[in-house]
Design a protein around this ligand. Structure first.
Ligand code: HEM
Ligand code: HEM
Length: 562
């Protein structure tokens, strides 16, 4: 016994050393960046920093390309429009800025459209796989004749396609669109991004086929084998080139908070992805530690900053009101960088790893309350008094719901990291409900909202069937509510049944069956929502929407010139 404990501790040394070295490196980078920001006066911009996404005289003017004319008129009222007095002397400057935005959009159109359309195809593939996997919980003998369609192959297919295909490619598209806008510089090297997108897609296809034929690395979130990993790494690096080149050529001095989040995400993700995929380095317990350090950081240092970057741009932009507290947004950013990277071991509570390592991760997880509350307070006060704007803005409906779900899922996660709660819900469907709350309720809703804002700008058309946006929203949120509630209840009952030594194990399975059917019902509704969304995007790209009577640029000029 003593020997095995020593063995476990010895095994831990290299994993812990790497885990802590990298986390420490990430935190130190954050600190260096903070010092750089302070010395460059980035934190002193105060309210000016929040206003850089508006041109002079634009505050108070709503911008919602996804809304109909009628909705736009209502949005103006709901947003409590208090426009700053336009100054006719600024007209030339305003025209120049509007033209710069048009040029920015033109420069990013190709790469953004390529990544967006790819991401939506992966969303369809991934959600269909999720639905089949869900049905297999209640009909375990269904589709078992072919090894290709068994649970062990379709489940990783679902996870990898929605995370790396849907959410990641969508995030790259949003970054490629936001950078030229926020840096007031046309996108440079867009061809690299398209080449990167082609390789990324190729990696996704090879990875997906590999999983179906049974070639897998066998670690959750890291199942893709090395050829797929390599293509994704090269593809991601190529997609990142235009971001860095455009950053270097930027025409603005101040970097808006969304740029900080995106830059950090594009720095962190390659680091963790490369480390996690180094072959023959991690074995045994080390492997589990590295696995969950990686998987947690994909959520916290990749998907979360991308989602927050979008929310920080689109919410203020649509309602025409700068973010409530710019300082708070920066504090939120730095505290996320501080806490997130060392929280991942909460996935292994109860596992054969040193207590201090788990305790550190629990402390860091609870520390996540700081960045989460900072973001929540900021978004709440930005929206305060304007929540009725959600009725008339499709982008806001998705964005604000997503931002709210970010707060809720994170607070739920903080409680889930406590040993007493984990004791009941670990290894249950409750975790899966939490997982979808984060990656669907938060990250996917924000992604949907971004698409609704971006496409009319890129295609220069209105959405062809505005009612379909409403259908998409209600099917997605309704389906997700059923998914989340049923699975959470089923998960707790399952956990309690497993802990009760007087009940046979099979009871903990039986008790979940009605709730698993509930999940399938909710999931099927979500899948329908995705097909509605994809059909609408397809029609939009085929330019089936009406051309705008007045171009957004001309409209913007008329709204500030008397
Ligand atoms: C910031 C505060 C958060 C904390 C402290 C937290 C905590 C946790 C914990 C403790 C688990 C593991 C549960 C178990 O296995 O027993 C978990 C799982 C998970 N969380 Fe969170 N969470 C947070 C936010 C988020 C967010 C924002 C997302 C999505 C973007 C997310 C997505 C997930 C996913 C996908 C899993 C399941 C991973 C897997 O098993 O494959 N979480 N979280
Ligand atoms: C964009 C949409 C979606 C995303 C991003 C997503 C993401 C995920 C993630 C991260 C996991 C791993 C969770 C964990 O291990 O705790 C997962 C598992 C799963 N998802 Fe989804 N999902 C999506 C849509 C769906 C849909 C529409 C369904 C349909 C019912 C579904 C059904 C499942 C099932 C059955 C599992 C396996 C759960 C288990 O092994 O216990 N998902 N999904």
């Amino acid at each position: 016994m003593r020997q095995s404990t020593l063995q476990v501790q010895a095994d831990m040394n290299s994993a812990v050393a790497i885990f802590y070295a990298v986390s420490f490196f990430a935190t130190t980078l954050a600190l260096i960046a903070l010092i750089w920001a302070i010395t460059r006066g980035q934190l002193e911009h105060g309210s000016l920093g929040a206003r850089v996404i508006f041109r002079r005289g634009e505050v108070g003017h709503t911008e919602e390309p996804a809304a109909t004319e009628e909705e736009r008129a209502k949005l103006v009222i709901a947003s409590g429009r208090t426009p700053e007095a336009p100054d006719p002397a600024d007209e030339a400057e305003t025209r120049a800025e509007i033209e710069a935005r048009r040029i920015a959009d033109t420069s990013s159109r190709g790469p953004v459209l390529f990544h967006l359309t790819s991401s939506i195809i992966w969303l369809l593939v991934g959600s269909l796989a999720g639905l089949i996997v869900s049905l297999k919980f209640t009909m375990p003998d269904w589709l078992t004749d072919s090894a290709l369609l068994t649970f062990g192959r379709l489940r990783p297919l679902h996870l990898n396609t929605v995370i790396y295909g849907w959410l990641s490619m969508n995030g790259i598209a949003v970054a490629l669109w936001l950078f030229p806008r926020l840096l007031k510089t046309p996108l440079r090297g867009g061809r690299y991004a398209i080449a990167g997108g082609v390789l990324w897609n190729l990696g996704m296809i090879i990875g997906s086929v590999s999983l179906l034929v049974g070639w897998t690395d066998g670690l959750e979130w890291l199942e893709f084998p090395w050829p797929a990993d390599t293509l994704i790494v090269i593809g991601g690096a190529l997609a990142g080139v235009p971001l860095l080149v455009t950053l270097a050529a930027r025409k603005v001095e101040h970097l808006y908070v969304s740029v900080w989040y995106l830059l950090a995400a594009f720095l962190w993700f390659p680091i963790i992805y490369l480390i996690a995929n180094i072959p023959h380095t991690f074995t045994g317990v080390d492997n589990a530690v590295m696995n969950w350090w990686y998987a947690h950081n994909v959520l916290g240092l990749w998907l979360t900053p991308i989602g927050l970057a979008s929310a920080y741009y689109f919410i203020p932009k649509v309602i025409g009101r700068p973010v409530y507290s710019y300082q708070l947004s920066l504090i939120g950013f730095w505290s996320l960088a501080m806490f997130y990277s060392q929280a991942g071991i909460h996935h292994l509570i109860g596992g054969p790893i040193p207590t201090w390592l788990v305790t550190t991760s629990v402390v860091m997880s609870v520390g996540m309350v700081f960045p989460v509350i900072a973001v929540a307070v900021n978004h709440h006060y930005t929206m305060k008094g304007r929540f009725s704007a959600l009725k008339s803005s499709p982008t806001l409906r998705f964005m604000v719901s997503g931002a709210m779900m970010y707060t809720l899922v994170s607070l739920q996660g903080c409680t889930e990291s406590l040993r007493s709660v984990s004791h009941i819900v670990h290894f249950t469907h409750y975790t899966v409900a939490h997982a979808h709350f984060g990656v669907y309720g938060f990250a996917s809703f924000i992604a949907f909202g971004s698409v609704y804002f971006l496409l009319p700008r890129l295609i220069e058309r209105e959405w062809p069937y505005p009612n379909l946006i409403k259908w998409h929203f209600w099917l997605a949120i309704g389906g997700f509510a059923v998914y989340f509630v049923t699975l959470s209840i089923g998960g707790v009952l399952q956990g309690l049944a497993m802990l009760d030594a007087t009940r046979p194990f099979i009871e903990s399975v039986r008790v979940t069956i009605p709730f698993l059917w509930g999940r399938t019902l909710g999931g099927a509704t979500m899948v329908v929502a995705h097909f509605v969304f994809a059909f609408h995007v397809f029609m939009m790209i085929r330019r089936r929407g009406p051309a705008r009577e007045v171009s957004p640029w001309a409209q913007a000029i008329t709204s500030v010139t008397p």
